[in-house]
Design a protein around this ligand. Structure first.
Ligand code: HEM
Length: 426
């Protein structure tokens, strides 16, 4: 073995979910940006379980797109880099039926269908509509922070970060708040498919989660078709596209996308932000003293954490990207997590600088699929950090952070923490 191949063997595999249990491999992304901003990556063997036994699956391999400029270029050429051809997730749909199911999700659609469906809910997520939620989101954030501050010791993921988006979502969707833990379980199973503590690679359990979530959603839809209220479910259940109501299947898929997208992402932004503030006390102090406004800090924390690390596209024709020839049908993965640490755009990108402004991060993506919930996510993070501000100087982690084994979301499953000086209740 030559020294260079030995070096290559030791490199973290950016496609392997297990890699991320130790944190995002930023050094490897830096190397890729500098040496091969569009580079071919072999996919690892991943074990899947079902009642038929254990099978190993290996994806086709993909182009990893790692610079800010190249990620923007792919995002702005949706006719050449499709979300619908094979979906927007790294793992290929297993069967034609899976592909059909995948394409029912907004995030996996192309124009013109994509815009027709997206339009149905844009009104709920405009800055103006989100401003109407300030009071309720602030009240939830304050109550949650008060509770953990009283407890003294708590888990920053399960007691704090996961709760705010779940409460906000149950209000938006018009669900009983007690049911929010169903949303938590379903999205953990779907997004954490590869993690041994959540989905565990169990294909049948994955499908069962869809069935369970869809049954729940359908019950809600039927109630709201008979008795519409002002919530998002009533809007979706009664919405028409080209004079036709959404089918039950379309409704369920939209509902589930909102449940997953509005839940996991914001959770990981909040817990990742708290972890970063504990690790960088000088930056934390700028936030605590008011030297940096909370919304400015939230933008930097979005860049720093980048809760959704990548999305996938498929080339619809032979084309070129940063001098590489990409063939029709190739899988192309845009790494927001890498684009957000690109020194060509961000000065000193590996430094957390809460006052960074401007901050053209791509944490919410770019182009036609730009995150629908960005204003809501910003509001939630701002409300939570504002409520936490008086306690931040005393906030510290008390144990190891358990990270999610996922090559898709940058998240933690648990983060033992305390607010020092607060009463300690066990
Ligand atoms: C910190 C929090 C969040 C992050 C980092 C985030 C990130 C993203 C990203 C990167 C995309 C682009 C998908 C692509 O490129 O294909 C996206 C799309 C989307 N997000 Fe978010 N998101 C967050 C919060 C939310 C919330 C709170 C909601 C709703 C309640 C939401 C709903 C959606 C939806 C529906 C899409 C699909 C849009 C489309 O395909 O047209 N997101 N999000």
């Amino acid at each position: 073995m030559t020294p260079s191949t030995a070096g290559a063997l030791r490199r973290p595999d950016i496609a392997d979910p297990v890699t991320y249990a130790a944190g995002v491999p930023h050094e490897e992304f830096t190397r890729l940006r500098l040496t091969e901003p569009v580079s071919w990556v072999q996919e690892p063997l991943l074990w899947r379980h079902s009642s038929g036994g254990r099978i190993a699956e290996r994806g086709s391999g993909f182009w990893a797109v790692t610079t800010h400029e190249a990620v923007l270029s792919v995002s702005r050429r949706p006719e050449e880099f499709s979300s619908g051809a094979k979906g927007a997730f790294l793992v290929d749909p297993r069967t034609p039926a899976d592909l059909r199911q995948t394409r029912q999700l907004l995030v996996n659609m192309d124009a013109p269908q994509h815009l027709r469906i997206r339009r149905l809910v844009t009104s709920v997520f405009t800055p103006r509509a989100v401003r109407g939620l300030v009071e309720s989101v602030t009240a939830h954030a304050t109550a949650l922070v008060d509770r953990v501050a009283r407890a003294g010791r708590f888990d920053a993921v399960t007691d704090l970060a996961c709760e705010l988006p779940l409460l906000v979502l149950s209000d938006l969707l018009g669900m009983p708040r007690e049911d929010r833990h169903l949303l938590y379980r379903w999205s953990n199973h779907l997004v954490g498919f590869d993690d041994p503590d959540y989905g565990g690679g169990d294909v049948e359990a994955y499908r069962r989660t869809f069935v369970e979530a869809f049954q729940y959603a359908l019950r809600l839809a039927m109630e709201r078709r008979d008795n519409p209220t002002g919530d998002l479910v009533s809007l979706l259940a009664n919405a028409e596209v080209d004079g036709q109501r959404l089918s039950d299947r379309e409704f369920c898929n939209f509902w589930l996308l909102l449940v997953v997208a509005g839940n996991e992402t914001t959770r990981h932004l909040i817990s990742g932000s708290l972890e970063a503030l504990a690790a960088y006390p000088a930056e934390r102090d700028r936030l605590v003293s008011g030297a940096v406004p909370v919304p400015t800090a939230v933008e930097e924390l979005l860049r720093w954490v980048t809760p959704i690390m990548q999305f996938r596209r498929t080339a619809t024709r032979d084309t070129e990207l940063c001098g590489r020839r990409v063939s029709e049908g190739d899988k192309v993965v845009i790494y927001y997590t890498s684009a957000n640490r690109d020194a060509a755009v961000f000065a000193d990108p590996q430094r957390l600088d809460l006052g960074r402004d401007p901050n053209p991060h791509l944490a919410f993506g770019m182009g036609p699929h730009f995150c629908l919930g960005s204003h809501l996510a910003r509001l939630e993070a701002t409300a939570l950090l504002t409520a936490m501000r008086p306690h931040l100087a005393a906030f510290e982690l008390t144990g190891p952070v358990a990270r999610l084994e996922s090559n898709f979301v940058n998240g933690a499953k648990s983060m033992p923490a305390r607010i020092a000086g607060a009463p300690q209740r066990t």
